[in-house]
Design a protein around this ligand. Structure first.
Ligand SMILES: [Zn+2]
Length: 114
């Protein structure tokens, strides 16, 4: 049963349909890394609390994982939007045109990578 894979494909399908960036976050590391300083804090499945020996940050492990997922999603989005912005910078008159070209490029890139 490939539960995770199906969900990813579903997300990528909607990403293509609506032309929005799909952010894939590796869930394996989200509960291990400290959402405050990034230090790897190894826990067993029974450890419910994240306690960072490096910065002293204490949080529920799910809360820490949620913050990590949010942060990596935002990083991913910032990278995507950053590329688009630099592409169209200083050409306000061509903004609409540039955006169309950018989304075409994105679509082409996705096809090539598959
Ligand atoms: Zn920390």
């Amino acid at each position: 049963m490939q539960h995770g894979t199906g969900e990813r494909e579903w997300l990528e399908y909607f990403g293509r349909v609506y032309g929005v960036p799909v952010v894939a976050v590796e869930p394996a590391y989200t509960s291990v890394n400290c959402s405050s300083c990034g230090e790897t804090v190894v826990k067993t499945l029974s450890t419910r609390t994240h306690q960072c020996p490096n910065c002293g940050y204490v949080a529920d492990r799910d809360e820490n994982a949620a913050i990590n997922i949010l942060q990596s999603a935002l990083r991913e989005l910032a990278t995507t939007l950053g590329h688009r912005e630099s592409h169209a910078s200083g050409e306000n008159d061509l903004c609409l045109n540039e955006e169309t070209q950018a989304s075409k490029l994105t679509r082409r890139k996705r096809k090539v990578s598959q």
